[in-house]
Ligand binder design. Sequence first.
Ligand SMILES: CC(C)(COP(=O)(O)OP(=O)(O)OC[C@H]1O[C@@H](n2cnc3c(N)ncnc32)[C@H](O)[C@@H]1OP(=O)(O)O)[C@@H](O)C(=O)NCCC(=O)NCCS
Length: 175
Amino acid sequence: MHTSNILFSKDLISPKVQAALPKGYSIRPLANDDYERGFLDVLSVLTVIGDISKAQFLERFHYLKAHNHEYFTLVIVSPEDRIVGAGTIFVERKFIRNTGLVGHIEDIAVDKNQQGKKLGLRIIEALKYIGAQTGCYKVILDCSKQNIPFYEKCGFTQKEYEMAWYCSDEAKAKL
Ligand SMILES: CC(C)(COP(=O)(O)OP(=O)(O)OC[C@H]1O[C@@H](n2cnc3c(N)ncnc32)[C@H](O)[C@@H]1OP(=O)(O)O)[C@@H](O)C(=O)NCCC(=O)NCCS
């Protein structure tokens, strides 16, 4: 398959993960023409996506590419050349831990019709590989209670609690 422009170097894609995928599937960095392969449709298993135009997709793609030492979004492509899974790791630079790096996994999604084939597990393994290759001392993520067993199978353990503050107009008015 021809991908004219990918987000980051293919060298950061785990060869072990590629080898473990079902026949005909591949894992690679997000490409600038994945809009047409259904990338946003896959993300819609997570939350509201909105009516994103190709121009908006490309604007975000180019921002991420300009910061591709920090943002790594990868996708799994089916034998039919459709995006069936996606995930991101964001590498944060800290002062603590001797100017340590922390990987944050975000937006893990597997197409509804493709769930249960270990694609989610492979995405997480591939993101952990990127975290390790880029020098993170740990990789963390937030998830719903129902997904805890999935992440345990991916080698994560439960720590701490997530807190959130939504910037609604009402909340902002109280500032
Ligand atoms: C959660 C999700 C990413 C898992 O991907 P998947 O490809 O369906 O899962 P896998 O086939 O890789 O599962 C790996 C293992 O975890 C288990 N597993 C997956 N989801 C699970 C769940 N919700 N509860 C318990 N076990 C689960 C699988 O049974 C499998 O176990 P096994 O190795 O013993 O067979 C996927 O179902 C999804 O996109 N869900 C909707 C969006 C979402 O919730 N994303 C996560 C945001 S935090």
